[in-house]
Design a binder for this molecule. Structure first.
Ligand code: ASP
Ligand code: MG
Length: 446
């Protein structure tokens, strides 16, 4: 069997839903389990409810209703069928309203509140498949995925989830029926609704794939796959055919808009190939994420962060002493600052940080035993690919390009796992650096 997950944009318009039905129809031989997100924007609207005034809540719930109603109206011309489907949506929205108006909405009930998005979308998709002659059944994932109590970003518990998934899904599949599972949600052992964190539907697909030993997981989204660079910045960026799990993780960490590595780890761990595909361009082969890097190593992608803070710490007398680095990192930890890149010399330590929250405090702390200063106005460009530093020419090429562009490097870090080279440059030069590096290093490869 396979798991096919469809994100928000893939379930929000008639055209995309029909494409979804087509895709599921052609995959019937491989026994698909469908996982769906809420309609685009719905999770955000639901999350906004607790802070709104009473009248705004009513308005927002009407906006949510209309999003679903418009879709239903476009998908079915039969008024009776429309009414039947909307009856379910209306009853869900009534429950939702009651929950929202309940006093002291806790963090726990917020998860229950957002779960309605996926419950409504999966209902519509189940009916859409049936209307195309595909037997389908809605499955609410609170029955499938058991999680810990970490509301808002819960983690699944393997044993109970596996038991539930194996008990509930295979009988449905064996009857030739396609299960349409709500993404994003689960429940605690005590039966309270939880959510798996933003983008959690990918996680749902990955957990189900893992527990049922799926032969493939498809993540259907609105782009052609994982790109060599952000296509919004680099016009000629292209989708990659394959990336390794490690590469995908690096890309996520360095600001590229791809799957969150946490969400696909279970699938990758089980050796299940994960494909990122585009419902707006279903014929495209997408990007395959595999556990191992496929072939010869080369630079796969360039990503960037527009803003990074460089902290330079000098300590001529202290550095040779044991425990000096530990002292510095203790100060960062105490201030809940996560350090990105690190570079150490005899008399200095340089680190980069993503943001400057608590930074002033940390600098004060470090200045008690060393000399710290912050450089602002910097950004970071990262080149990613397994085995990237194994070629003696790669680094030369990179610096030749930067030299030609007259872009000064402020700090360099070669990832110890041989998968990324990160270069800190002035923020103003980020776009120029990304484009030049992409053009010269990535355009001719496949
Ligand atoms: N609907 C949820 C979100 O917007 C989960 C998902 O789409 O993956 O984060
Ligand atoms: Mg998503």
């Amino acid at each position: 069997m396979i798991v096919a997950k469809f994100g928000g944009t893939s379930v929000s318009s008639k055209e995309r839903v029909l494409t979804l039905c087509n895709i599921v129809g052609t995959e019937l031989g491989r026994q698909p389990v469908v996982v769906v997100s809420a309609l685009s924007g719905v999770t955000d609207l639901l999350l906004s409810l607790p802070v709104l005034s009473k009248s705004k809540v009513g308005k927002t719930i009407r906006v949510i209703k209309n999003l679903h109603k418009n879709l239903v109206g476009k998908l079915w011309s039969n008024k009776k069928l429309q009414q039947e489907i909307m009856q379910f949506i209306d009853s869900q929205l009534e429950d939702l309203a009651k929950l929202t108006f309940r006093d002291n909405l806790t963090k726990e009930s917020l998860d229950e509140l957002v779960s309605y998005g996926e419950i409504m979308s999966s209902h519509i998709i189940t009916h859409a498949l049936r209307s195309k002659g595909i037997e389908a059944a809605q499955v609410i994932a609170t029955d499938l995925i058991t999680t810990n109590n970490n509301f808002g970003s819960a983690d699944f518990l393997l044993q109970p989830s596996k038991r539930n998934i194996k008990r509930i899904l295979p009988p449905i599949i064996k009857m030739g029926v396609v299960p349409v599972v709500t993404g994003f949600i689960g429940s605690t052992k005590g039966g309270r609704v939880t959510t798996l964190g933003r983008g959690g539907s990918d996680y749902t697909a990955s957990i189900i794939g893992f527990c049922l030993k799926a032969s493939e997981i498809q993540i259907w989204t609105d782009v052609d796959g994982i790109f060599t660079a952000d296509p919004r910045l680099v016009e000629n960026a292209r989708a990659l055919q394959t990336v390794s799990f490690k590469e995908a993780s690096e890309l996520a960490a360095f600001g590229a808009r791809v799957l969150h590595p946490r969400t696909i780890r279970p699938a990758i761990k089980a050796g299940i190939p994960v494909k990122v595909l585009n419902t707006f361009n279903p014929k495209n082969s997408g990007t395959l994420i595999e556990e191992k890097s496929s072939s010869i190593s080369y630079i796969k992608a360039v990503s960037f962060k527009r803003k990074t803070f460089l902290v330079n710490i000098y300590a001529t007398e202290m550095l040779l002493q044991k425990g000096f680095l530990a002292r510095i990192f203790k100060v960062f930890a105490k201030n809940a600052i996560s350090v990105d890149l690190v570079s150490v010399s005899e008399v200095s330590v340089s680190v980069t940080l993503d943001d400057n929250e608590n930074l002033e405090n940390a600098i004060k702390g470090i200045n008690e035993f060393a000399n710290a200063s912050v450089v602002q106005g910097l950004g970071m460009v990262s080149l990613i690919g397994e085995g990237i530093t194994t070629s003696t020419r790669t680094i030369k090429k990179i610096f030749d390009i930067l030299d030609k562009e007259k872009i000064l490097t402020r700090m360099v870090s070669l990832g110890a796992t041989d998968i990324n080279i990160s270069i800190v440059v002035e923020s103003e030069k980020i776009e120029q650096a990304v484009k030049a590096l992409h053009d010269r290093l990535l355009l001719k490869q496949s």
